[in-house]
Design a protein around this ligand. Structure first.
Ligand code: CAA
Length: 258
C-alpha cells in the first residue's frame, strides 16, 4: 500500500498491522499521517480476511503528539470552521478491534490515539502523558474525557494539569494499559492477541466491542438492556451454533464468520 507516513500490512491469522512511520519527528501526528491512518483503517475494516488491527510506532515513540510545527500558526476561525482534529475520530469509529502496541513516548495526541484503541499493550519503555498545558492549550482529541474515564478524575487531573509523564508500571497500575511486556516482545504480544481475536466469531467480536463502548455512554440500566439485545442477536449466528457444538464435542471451534 502506497503510504508515506505509515506502513500498513496484512499479517498472518487475520491481523492487520499499521506502523506510524515519521521516526525523525517521533511520529508527530500531522494531517497527512492522520489521513493515511484513516484510509488504512478503512481498508482493513472493508477487508473480510482482517479481524483485528494492531497500531504501533517505533521503539522511541508511539507518537509524541499532534505535530506542533503544523499547529503553531493556526488561528481560531480556521480551526473552528474546519473542526480541526475531527478527522481523528476515524479510529474510534472502527468496528473491528484495534490494539495499540506502545513503546517510548505516547504524549498528547499520541496518548489520545492509544486511548482510542480498544486495548493498550505497553513496553516497559512506554511513557504516557498529556503535556498540552505546557504549550498553552489543553488536549483536543479526547484526552480530558478518555483519560478521566480510564484512570479516574484524580489521576487524570494530575496528568493533565501538571503535564507530567506516567511510566508503564504506573499506567498498568492505573488501568490505562492492560499488559506490560519487554520491548522486544511488544509486537509479538500484540499480534498474538490480535490473531486470537481475529479467530473468534466476527459478529461476537464486533458486538462485544460495541457493547463495552456503548456502556461508557449510558446509564447502567440502559447498558444492561443494550447488552442483552446483542447477546440475544448472537443466537442468530452460525458461529454461536459452532462455538457451543465444539465445546460439547470437546473440539476446537471453527468459526466461519456467519
Ligand atoms: N510535533 C512536532 N515535532 C515533534 C513533536 C511534536 N509533537 N515531538 C517531537 N518532535 C520533533 C522535535 O521537534 C525534534 O525535531 P528536530 O530533530 O527536527 O529538532 C524531533 O522530533 C526529536 O525530538 P526531541 O529532540 O525533542 O527529542 P527528545 O528525546 O529530546 O524529547 C520529547 C522527546 C520529550 C517527546 C519531546 O520531543 C517533546 O516534548 N515533544 C512534544 C510533546 C508534546 O508536547 N506533545 C503534545 C502535542 S499537542 C497535542 O497533541 C494536542 C492534541 O491534543 C491533539
Amino acid at each position: 500500500m502506497g503510504y508515506e507516513n505509515i506502513i500498513a500490512e496484512t499479517t498472518e491469522g487475520g491481523a492487520g498491522l499499521i506502523r506510524l512511520n515519521r521516526p525523525k519527528a517521533l511520529n508527530a501526528l500531522n494531517g497527512a499521517l492522520m489521513k493515511e491512518l484513516a484510509d488504512a483503517l478503512r481498508a482493513f475494516e472493508a477487508d473480510d480476511s482482517t479481524g483485528c488491527m494492531v497500531l504501533t510506532g517505533s521503539p522511541k515513540a508511539f507518537a509524541a503528539g499532534a505535530d506542533i510545527s503544523e499547529m503553531a500558526g493556526l488561528e481560531y476561525p480556521g480551526v473552528y470552521v474546519d473542526d480541526f482534529l475531527s478527522g481523528w475520530e476515524a479510529l474510534s469509529a472502527c468496528r473491528k478491534p484495534v490494539i495499540a502496541a506502545v513503546s517510548g513516548f505516547a504524549l498528547g495526541g499520541g496518548c489520545e490515539l492509544a486511548m482510542m484503541c480498544d486495548i493498550i499493550i505497553a513496553a516497559r519503555t512506554a511513557k504516557f502523558g498529556q503535556p498540552e498545558i505546557r504549550l498553552g492549550i489543553i488536549p483536543g482529541a479526547g484526552g480530558t474525557q478518555r483519560l478521566a474515564r480510564a484512570i479516574g478524575k484524580a489521576r487524570a487531573m494530575d496528568m493533565i494539569l501538571t503535564g507530567r509523564m506516567m511510566d508503564a508500571g504506573e499506567a498498568l497500575q492505573a488501568g490505562l494499559v492492560s499488559r506490560v511486556v519487554e520491548e522486544d516482545a511488544l509486537l509479538d504480544e500484540a499480534l498474538k492477541a490480535a490473531r486470537t481475536i481475529a479467530g473468534f466469531g466476527r459478529a461476537a467480536v464486533l458486538a462485544a466491542k460495541e457493547a463495552v463502548n456503548a456502556g461508557m455512554d449510558m446509564p447502567l440500566s440502559a447498558g444492561l438492556r443494550f447488552e442483552r439485545r446483542l447477546f440475544h442477536a448472537l443466537f442468530a449466528t452460525r458461529d454461536q451454533k459452532e462455538g457451543m457444538a465444539a465445546f460439547l464435542e470437546k473440539r476446537k471451534a471453527d468459526f466461519s464468520g456467519g
